[in-house]
Design a protein. Structure first.
Length: 433
């Protein structure tokens, strides 16, 4: 099979002749309607696969209420749900994100047992792991005796070494712990078995693709996990920014590798030449107090407003009202907010790293290389200044971004792509059972 899908925008190349819907098993630990990030990835894959195939979805019981409410409003007649969780007595130690990865690992065992029982009855044609989007954790549905699609998965990206001294102590500790966890997990025989049994593996970036190949996944391609549903694109028509005052916006968890400290310093430099500007920071996290203190020290606290966590619909409205998205993340596999900004017709200023470097082009925003913190701060400030001083450039970049989303990142296109992949992997299953 040719899987030369590059930079997250390619289409499947296949000569398969589909004659019937396939029976597809999806593993979607995170799967929740109306959400972004990983829960949104899981839900959108379910919707897309169910357009053309019969799909059974392995997911957590905690997602059930939201899923049932959504399908009561808009039924998915081709989707069935297999809810799996560990017994309540065995998960007392899991609180929020504490113990998340251990719980996910153990959940994979329970999910495989449920999948094996279901396969004995249903005889699936293809198994597909869609969430978590993480290459260094196993997906045990790979053990089923059918073609296995792995991903898109990410996690192979790292913050450049020259930036680590700039993290808080907590951030430095987390980065070292992440490096150790990945090295340890890559030696896990179940992770290597997942990789070796994949008929095709999709990686969110070239960094992750290299890691997948090192684990034994031979047939790989780069393909973004992120996208925008068509109904959301229809609702979010680009409009003139609601504010006359130039407004920079950043959105995400306030944690070290998201680079908000770099964004603040860049904004402070920008303000020296363009003081009539605001910076909106949406999100919360461990770094918030330090970032608020940094804004004071930089003398821009009167220009910067920290909004904390904002409901998704409100956040998207604020994004549409802003002038430009500043996304200084140092190792994002996805970077969904960049797609959200382009869908809203807003230019993006980001680092030339990870998922955002594949999503954003020279026609839709400005990407700066990540060599040193000082260089990045200077380049980001210059990028903001060039956009602030030229309304026509801002409009042109925004319009090109919207066009790129429609052409390359609409979920309907992803659905057609993955359906072609399924048929190519299971040619002997395209006739009736």
């Amino acid at each position: 099979m040719r899987t030369d899908v590059v930079t997250g925008v390619g289409e499947a190349i296949t000569d398969a002749k589909p004659t019937r819907p396939l029976r597809v098993l999806l593993s979607a630990y995170a799967c929740e309607p109306g959400k972004g990030s990983e829960p949104g990835v899981g839900w959108n894959w379910v919707q897309q696969v169910a357009r053309s195939h019969e799909v059974w979805v392995l997911t957590r019981s905690s997602n059930r209420q939201a899923i049932e409410a959504a399908i009561a409003r808009e039924p998915l007649p081709r989707a069935r749900w297999i809810y799996v969780d560990l017994p309540s007595w065995s998960r007392w130690w899991k609180k929020g994100t504490r113990g998340l990865h251990l719980y996910y690992y153990l959940w994979q065992v329970a999910a495989y047992i449920a999948a094996r029982r279901a396969h004995a009855r249903i005889r699936f044609d293809v198994a597909h792991h869609v969430t978590f989007v993480n290459y260094w954790m196993p997906s045990l549905i790979a053990l089923l005796p059918i073609p296995f699609v792995w991903g898109p998965v990410g996690g192979g990206e790292s913050a450049p070494r020259s930036f680590r001294h700039d993290f808080s102590r907590l951030g430095q500790f987390h980065e070292l712990a992440r490096d150790f966890a990945r090295r340890f997990a890559q030696a896990d025989p179940l992770v290597r078995l997942t990789a070796s049994r994949a008929a095709v593996g999709f990686a969110t970036t070239a960094h992750t693709q290299r890691q997948m190949r090192s684990l034994g996944c031979q047939n790989t391609a780069v393909y973004s996990e992120a996208g925008i549903p068509s109904h959301e694109l229809a609702k979010r028509r680009p409009r003139v920014a609601a504010r006359e005052r130039f407004t920079v916006i950043s959105m995400g968890r306030l944690i070290h590798w998201k680079g908000f400290h770099i964004g603040l310093r860049a904004f402070a430099r920008f303000c020296r030449s363009y003081p009539d500007a605001d910076y909106w920071v949406l999100g919360d996290g461990d770094e918030r107090a330090g970032l608020e203190q940094l804004a004071l020290e930089l003398g821009v606290s009167h220009n910067v407003r920290f909004f904390g966590n904002v409901p998704r619909d409100s956040a998207l409205e604020m994004l549409a009202a802003a002038s430009v998205l500043l996304h200084p993340s140092l190792h994002d596999s996805g970077g969904w907010v960049c797609l959200e900004a382009m869908a809203a017709g807003r230019p993006v200023v980001c680092l030339d790293l990870g998922g955002p470097s594949l999503q954003v082009t020279d026609e839709t925003g400005i990407k700066v290389p990540a060599t040193t913190p000082h260089q990045v701060e200077s380049d980001l400030a210059h990028a903001l200044l060039s956009i602030a001083r030229n309304g026509q450039v801002r409009q042109t970049l925004g319009a090109a971004g919207r066009h790129r989303i429609e052409q390359c990142f609409a979920w309907d296109r992803k659905g057609a792509f993955i359906s072609a992949v399924y048929y190519k992997l299971a040619p002997d299953r395209t006739t009736c059972h």
